[in-house]
Design a protein around this ligand. Structure first.
Ligand code: BGC
Length: 847
């Protein structure tokens, strides 16, 4: 049967509210007939229709869309055998720049000046009376701070931390709530607004009031009555405000303090507020943070001081939910940690200043509590103030609502655990923006981390909205001279404050590498178009900073190493300064990579002159690397794994020395007992550099190594996520690092080194796009390491690719499901290739 398996508007199958005047519609198809092709697709939006040739997103270009309107979308598709299929969905337009009738309001008497902490949450309220039948009612809301809206005490929507984390000086998102069925005639609308990122304390220096001096609210309830009249109730001075509600403290790092005995008091009138910034206010676009997995404890223990320790068996980002019978005034505290001390107590040392504590004052009777304005990174929770036998406790994972679209499994259980750890690392760090870690006083949008992790992330999750939204922030935060701040949104973080125009290799590269990874995974040109000017400016800035030498040295990027992160966290040298000292190699390779990628992007966008210019630049940089940083014969002047990995992976060596360089890398790896020696820039690529240059055996030895430092060492000693430092725990489960001059930089939930995940999909399983968005893809497993089978799924805009291979009795069996609209080249162990159209296939060959 020919079917439409997915119909989306702005990447959403349902519930899209958009301010975009040309929303994009995409679809995927399936058929049980091999080789089925789409013959015709007619898209209808309202009264407008058009024919499209593929399910790749097509922009609506009909008559101007009206604000506050629901549009129906219909797709009639016909395949090349004349079978037809139909699907429908709807989307809604948001405000589309309709001026707000509501005004920003705050509490004028509230002067929040304490340093390094977050403000007491404000509560706003408004009584609403309606006395006619309602056809449609929507609440539009945003805030300076993070808010939750309630109607008659019921939370609206499922989102945590609305309005989300954006480059606030440029734009702020508003949320839309359908309250049609909830209004009763006499209703109370309440908003609790905590400090969040905009007003609360953020960044390890614990800056606060970065965007606003105190919280503020902007909301509007728009009611359409069945008699055709409309009414709009906006925030104004008739709303009331109080700082005397039950949420006594809320801070992203420190946690939350909640007093359930407190009736909100001291209501007084709110007043108009003038913000320090004038952001555009747009319908929210990214992937809102929501509650996902709920985990019960796998073990309960008692710490020496009597604290009950719950082990949830999984490190994650989120909150606890507790349920018990309490007495008014009883105080329960929940602390959080990723690891335990040898004596069984929580180890909170590496949270640095983050207190990560929920404190709850009970009322009488059975009650449940879960923080709403903070989150923690934890595997263990320590509870005091209630007996373990009386308490039900769960851990709720909070992360951006992204679809888990890929999977990988093989015959090696340790690799399967690594795959699980990689996906948990991603979930824990997709909290509205891509963060570095979810536990200590950072949780910032570190650009370098997602720059290297995005290809792996995109194998596992559908991230179009999540990454496109963050790239809007990157674009907005680009410095006038082209540099990209190391954390996006910047939000109080200054580095490199002394030289604001500084470009930082691999970290700033996110503006090129993330759009490119998204393009490869989805085929979307939109993101390339949006980011092209940003990339150009960035590469120009990189060239400027590289260009201080003469001759070939003009292409060697050698600004002082303290201004780079170099081979960040490389385990073969223990000191931060030694990681940074490798920056000449990492930065030069970065420039070769960004300019080379930009050349490809320019070609795709039809900018042929630019393409030639960037290609030539990339070539010159590669040549300079080989001439200046190697002996010209495949040996790097300073020998370390990353120094070889980058030029090998990026194809920077001339053909005649490439093999020698690969052999030199193998020698280094052998000398290191197949242990990893790379930092952030080298880790994603080392196995490719080996396997793609004839050394798959060495790549597998490294991948399957269980000695420290290696991916599977972490697995062997019990990791449930990927760590920031390879040696984060010793064989006894204790942290051996201590204060090593990195300011306690030891997180157990950092996804960057999990960038090896792309190798699991691309080489172990063997699925990789050969045309963006997988319109064409390869199924070419690189068999090794004693692995006898692998299977996986890859989500693509055309549908899901399913691939599996198995070796038994000297035979290799490969099965693949090829989505309609795509073409798969299966590469057999002999090297023979078979090109397959859509459908399901099994191929066997001699192993
Ligand atoms: C973060 C990293 C980040 C790095 C750069 C760290 O503190 O956690 O992941 O990329 O700083 O310096």
């Amino acid at each position: 049967m020919f079917e439409i398996t997915r119909l989306t508007v702005e990447h959403l199958a349902a519930g899209c509210v958009t301010d975009c005047s040309t929303p994009r519609i995409g679809f995927s198809l399936s058929s049980d007939r091999r080789g089925a092709q789409l013959a015709d697709a007619e898209l209808t939006v309202g009264d407008w229709s058009a024919h499209v040739t593929s399910g790749q997103n097509a922009a609506y270009v009909g008559p101007a869309l009206l604000p506050f309107t629901t549009y129906s979308v219909r797709l009639n598709a016909t395949d090349d055998a004349g079978e037809t299929a139909t699907a429908t969905t709807t989307f809604e337009t948001g405000r589309m720049e309709t001026p707000w009738k509501g005004r920003w309001i705050s509490d004028p008497s509230y002067h929040f000046t304490e340093p390094k902490v977050s403000p007491v949450p404000m509560v706003f309220r408004k009584e609403i009376t309606t006395n006619k039948p309602i056809a449609r009612a929507r609440l539009y809301a945003t805030a300076m701070g993070i808010y939750e809206a309630e109607l008659n005490g019921q939370k609206l929507g499922e989102q945590y931390f609305a309005p989300g984390f954006t480059s606030y000086k440029s734009y702020l998102q508003y949320q839309t709530y359908d309250v049609t069925a909830l209004l009763t005639g006499a209703d109370t609308l309440t908003f609790t607004v905590a400090g969040g990122w905009a007003v609360g304390s953020f960044v390890f220096t614990r800056k606060n009031r970065v965007t606003a001096d105190r919280q503020a609210l902007l909301a509007e309830l728009r009611i359409e009555y069945t008699d055709g009249t409309t009414e709009t109730i906006g925030t104004d001075a008739t709303w009331q405000v109080s700082e005397n509600g039950p949420v006594r403290m809320a801070d992203l790092y420190d946690g939350e303090t909640y007093d359930a005995t407190k009736e909100i008091s001291d209501w007084h009138n709110a007043a108009p507020e003038t913000l320090k910034v004038t952001p555009a206010i747009t319908a929210d676009y990214g992937a809102p943070v929501k509650a996902h997995e709920v985990r019960k404890p796998v073990a309960v223990m008692t710490a020496p001081d009597g604290e009950t320790i719950y082990d949830f068996g999984q490190n994650l980002a989120g909150v606890v939910r507790i349920k018990f019978n309490g007495k008014a005034g009883q105080v329960v505290t929940v602390r959080h940690a990723e690891i335990l001390n040898p004596d069984g107590s929580l180890n909170t040392t590496f949270l640095r200043t983050a207190k990560a504590t929920a404190t709850y004052t009970c009322r009488d009777g059975e009650q449940t509590y879960s923080p709403r304005f903070s989150y923690m990174g934890f595997r263990y929770a320590g509870v005091k103030g209630v007996d373990a036998k009386d308490l039900e406790i769960e851990a709720v994972a909070l992360y951006s609502d992204v679809e888990h679209s890929g999977s990988f499994r093989c015959s090696d259980e340790m690799l399967n655990k690594l795959q699980s750890n990689i996906t948990w690392g991603a979930k824990s760090n997709f909290v509205d923006i891509p963060t570095d870690c979810p536990q200590r006083d950072e949780r910032m949008g570190w650009t370098g981390d997602i720059a290297v992790f995005s290809p792996t992330a995109l194998y596992n999750f559908e991230l179009s909205r999540f990454l496109e939204k963050w790239l809007r922030d990157v674009k907005a935060e680009q410095l006038p001279t082209g540099g990209i701040p190391n954390t996006v949104p910047v939000q109080g973080y200054g580095f490199p404050a002394t030289m604001p125009e500084m470009a930082v290799d691999w970290w700033g590269d996110a503006c090129v590498l993330v759009p490119w990874a998204l393009y490869e995974a989805t085929g979307s040109l939109d993101v390339l178009r949006m980011m092209y000017p940003t990339m150009q400016k960035y590469v120009k800035a990189c060239c400027f900073w590289a260009g201080f030498g003469i001759g070939k040295h003009r292409y060697i990027w050698h600004t002082p190493s303290v201004l780079h992160f170099g081979d960040w966290v490389a385990p073969d040298v223990p000191k931060m300064s030694q990681w940074q000292a490798r920056s000449k190699y990492t930065a030069t390779a970065s420039l070769c990579n960004t300019s080379g990628t930009l050349a490809k992007i320019a070609r795709i966008l039809g900018k042929t002159e630019d393409a030639a210019k960037y290609k030539e630049l990339s070539r010159k940089v590669a040549d300079a690397y080989c001439s200046v940083l190697t002996d010209g014969n495949g040996k790097t002047k300073e020998e370390f794994q990353t120094a070889y990995v980058l030029p090998l992976y990026l194809n920077m060596f001339p053909e005649n020395v490439k093999a020698k360089a690969a052999e030199n890398l193998v020698k280094l790896v052998e000398k290191n007992d197949y242990k990893i020696g790379t930092g952030f820039p080298g880790t994603p690529y080392i196995l490719f550099a080996l396997a793609d240059n004839g050394h798959a055996d060495t790549a597998y030895k490294m991948l399957l190594n269980t000695q420290c430092p290696s991916w599977l060492y972490e697995v062997r000693v019990g990791a449930t996520t990927v760590w920031e430092r390879w040696d984060g725990l010793d064989e006894n489960g204790e942290c051996p690092i201590g204060d090593d001059g990195t300011d306690m930089m030891i997180s157990y939930n950092h996804y960057a080194s999990g960038a090896v995940g792309a190798f699991l999909y691309r080489r172990v399983l063997g699925v990789e796009p050969t045309e963006a968005g997988y319109r064409k893809f390869k199924f070419a497993p690189v068999v090794g390491g004693g692995i006898t089978e692998a299977e996986g799924t890859v989500g693509t805009p055309y549908g899901v690719i399913k691939a599996a291979w198995k070796i038994a009795d000297g035979e290799m069996t490969m099965t693949v499901a090829v989505p309609v609209g795509t073409e798969c080249t299966v590469v057999l162990p002999s090297g023979e290739e078979k090109v397959l159209g859509s459908g399901e296939y099994t191929v066997t060959a001699k192993a």
